[in-house]
Structures are given as structure tokens and as C-alpha cells.
Design a protein around this ligand. Structure first.
Ligand code: PLP
Length: 401
């Protein structure tokens, strides 16, 4: 008899579990649109050329494997804040930003959640409905209370802007409002610049603290600056805020676990204190972060030639997704005789499309068509090729009717 008899079986992860089921399927037509990872037109994983170049440089230099400081690689922390806010941003010049290297987006969010739990024990976090599934896990495990604000309107397959604003208004003053900087996951629906201004108005009115999750900078529009415009708009208003960053998607560094948590403060003194506490939380959890991904980012962003090459490669990746999105829309519109309006597919942005398929329809996609996706109706267009668009369109139409 095991001492672990009391340990029950955990349910499979709703996103990563999809890949496990996909691997077990032997059908030739199978398609994995579950996980948000970029694939080539041949549906192969892609290592960016700039990443290979940066790694070669690192090898030539013979960088050592000494421990990093708790807050991570200084050169990385510098460039990651600059990439987010723009190198000439006053916040950086005035030393009002606390940046700590994190274990990619997830680890950075988790660090911030622990910080909130410690210093704002009475505050709650508002997250969008729906949101990336792991957000709830992160705040649950950090014992930070959360509730949802309306975001998605199933009637329009668009943004429920009035509901969103009303719910942010109704939240207790001084709440943390979690916002997706761009390419909202899972819906692919972002507020317009005008809507962002109104969201900022309400958040300021209510003395809330914005908490941005930026996992797709550059991947939504193809432009790093444009995709950071939501965050920069809030920063330009002089607001204090948190930003978690990830390089999983835009540099394809999924397994390197490289990202950062940034806290923009109203004084450099506050930033220094906040940073010291973030380090204090990190030390007993994982001591210090891994160096490899941090060096890659520092080399790519810190070198003008590599930086420009990165931008070109990112445009290519974002461009491929846009082409696939268009092809899927064309196939859906041509093949569907029901008169359904599919234009929402084109309005969405980023890696994902939220199809509006419900759970049993999503089950039909998998059971009958061998198309693997999350049960909320989200498909990753980054895992789709032009060649497979027709097949996917047929499956979606069949599953709806
Ligand atoms: N936040 C959002 C909205 C995401 O979609 C993801 C990845 O799917 C992440 C954060 C974090 O990913 P990672 O921990 O790989 O950086």
C-alpha cells in the first residue's frame, strides 16, 4: 500500500492535454490546432534564423554558465523594458520601472501574483471572460481572489465592450485589471484604440491597477511597436501598472522559458523597493532564472542588424497566419450554403480564431474529423497550413449544422 493513496488523479490540462490526444491519433488527416505554437506551411516547428545566429555568437564568445543574479541578466532586463515601452520612454530614463527576468510569461505572471498576494491581500484581480485557461490556475495557486469581467459577445462573435466597461466600473476600487496587451487569447478580439482610451478612463477613475499580459508582441500586427501601443497608452497617462512579457511566440523560444515581469511605478524609489521584493519572492521559489534564452533576447534586441532581421522574420510569421486566416474565411464563405456571416474570422487577430463552436461541436471536430482543438471552440491558425484550410472549413461547417 502506497503512502500516496490519498493522492487523487489530476485531470489532464485542457490545452496541453489536447496535444497528448493528438499524438495518440493514427488517422492521416489529423490536425493539431490546440496549442498556440507557430508552425511552417509544412506544419513543422520553426526555429528563427536570428535565434540560430545569436546562439552561434554565444558559442563563439564562449559565455560561461555562472549563476545569474536573482533578477536575471542585466542586458536582458534592459532591452526587454525598452522593447515594451520604446527605448526613449521617460519611465525608463527616470528609472521608474522594476524589471525582473521571469520563467517566461507564466512564471512572470506567477511572480506578480505572489507579489499581489503579499502586498495587496485585500485586492482582487479581474480577468476577462473568457481568458487563457492558465490565468485562473495562476491566481488560484497564488491565493489571489479573482472574478471575471465580460469580454466576449457570442451574438456578434465580437467584443462586449459595454459589458467590459460596466464590470470594470463595478469592481471594488483598487482592483487589478488583467488585460491582454494584444491578440487576446482565446478570442483573437482586441479593443480598438478608441476603446482602449475608454478602458483607461474607467481604470483611472476607479483607481484600479492595470496588469497587462503581453505574450504576443509583434505577433498580432507584425509590428512590435503597434502591438505595444495599448501598454504605452496607459503608461503615457502616468499610470502605475504591471506587465508580464513572454518571448515564447515572437522569438519562438517556447522551451527556453524567457520573459519578464515589469512594474511601472510613479517614482524610482518605489521601483527600487518593488524590485527588491520581487527578488525576495523569486529566491525561495527558483533562486535565479536560466541564462540561455535571456542571452538570445539580449543579443537579438541589442544588435541593430539582428533586430531588423527579427522584425522581418516576425512579419513573415504574422503574414503566414494572416494568409491562412484569409484562406479559411474564403473556404468557409464559399462552402457554407446556410448564409452564415463568417466575417468574424477576418476581424480576429493573432494566432487564434474563436470559432463559436460549442463543446459538443468541438467534440465533433475531433471525433469525426480528427481535428484537435480546445473545447471552448478556439483553433490555432499558427498550426494550420494553406493546404489544410479546405478540409478544416468542411469540418467546421459540418460541426455547426
Ligand atoms: N499569456 C497568454 C495570454 C498566453 O497565451 C500564453 C501562452 O500561451 C502565456 C501567457 C504564457 O506562455 P509562456 O509561459 O510560454 O510564455
Amino acid at each position: 500500500i502506497s503512502r500516496f493513496e490519498g493522492v487523487t488523479m489530476a485531470p489532464p490540462d485542457p490545452i496541453l492535454g489536447v496535444s497528448e490526444a493528438f499524438r495518440a491519433d493514427t488517422n492521416d488527416m489529423k490536425l493539431n490546432l490546440g496549442v498556440g505554437a507557430y508552425r511552417t506551411e509544412e506544419l513543422q516547428p520553426y526555429v528563427l534564423n536570428v535565434v540560430k545566429k545569436a546562439e552561434n555568437l554565444m558559442l563563439e564568445k564562449g559565455d560561461n554558465k555562472e549563476y545569474l543574479p536573482i533578477e536575471g541578466l542585466a542586458a536582458f532586463n534592459k532591452v526587454t523594458a525598452e522593447l515594451l515601452l520604446g527605448a526613449d520612454n521617460a519611465v525608463i530614463r527616470q528609472g521608474r520601472i522594476a524589471t525582473v527576468q521571469g520563467l517566461s510569461g507564466t512564471g512572470s505572471l506567477r511572480l506578480a501574483a505572489a507579489f499581489i498576494q503579499r502586498y495587496f491581500p485585500d485586492a482582487k484581480v479581474l480577468i476577462s471572460s473568457p481568458t487563457w485557461g492558465n490565468h485562473k490556475n495562476i491566481f488560484n495557486d497564488a491565493r489571489v481572489p479573482w472574478s471575471e469581467y465580460r469580454y466576449y459577445d457570442p451574438r456578434t462573435v465580437g467584443l462586449d465592450f459595454d459589458g467590459m466597461v460596466a464590470d470594470i466600473k463595478a469592481a471594488p476600487d483598487g482592483s487589478f485589471i488583467l488585460l491582454h496587451g494584444c491578440a487576446h487569447n482565446p478570442t483573437g478580439i482586441d479593443p480598438t484604440p478608441e476603446q482602449w482610451e475608454k478602458i483607461a478612463d474607467v481604470i483611472q477613475e476607479k483607481n484600479h491597477i492595470p496588469f497587462f499580459d503581453v505574450a504576443y508582441q509583434g505577433f498580432a500586427s507584425g509590428s512590435l511597436d503597434e502591438d505595444a501601443s495599448s501598454v504605452r497608452l496607459f503608461v503615457a497617462r502616468g499610470m502605475e501598472l504591471l506587465v508580464a512579457q513572454s518571448y515564447s511566440k515572437n522569438l519562438g523560444l517556447y522551451a527556453e522559458r524567457i520573459g519578464a515581469i515589469n512594474v511601472v511605478c510613479s517614482s524610482s524609489d518605489a521601483a527600487t523597493r518593488v524590485k527588491s521584493q520581487l527578488k525576495r519572492i523569486a529566491r525561495p521559489m527558483y533562486s535565479n532564472p536560466p541564462v540561455h534564452g535571456a542571452r538570445i533576447v539580449a543579443n537579438v534586441v541589442g544588435d541593430a542588424t539582428l533586430f531588423n532581421e527579427w522584425k522581418e522574420e516576425m512579419e513573415l510569421m504574422a503574414g503566414r497566419i494572416k494568409t491562412v486566416r484569409q484562406r479559411l474565411f474564403d473556404n468557409l464563405s464559399q462552402k457554407d450554403k446556410s448564409g452564415k456571416d463568417w466575417s468574424f474570422v477576418l476581424k480576429q487577430i493573432g494566432m487564434f480564431s474563436y470559432t463559436g463552436l460549442n463543446k459538443s461541436q468541438s467534440d465533433n471536430m475531433t471525433n469525426k474529423w480528427h481535428i484537435y482543438m480546445t473545447k471552448d471552440g478556439r483553433i490555432s491558425l499558427a498550426g494550420l497550413s494553406l493546404a489544410k484550410c479546405e478540409y478544416l472549413a468542411e469540418a467546421i461547417i459540418d460541426s455547426f449544422h
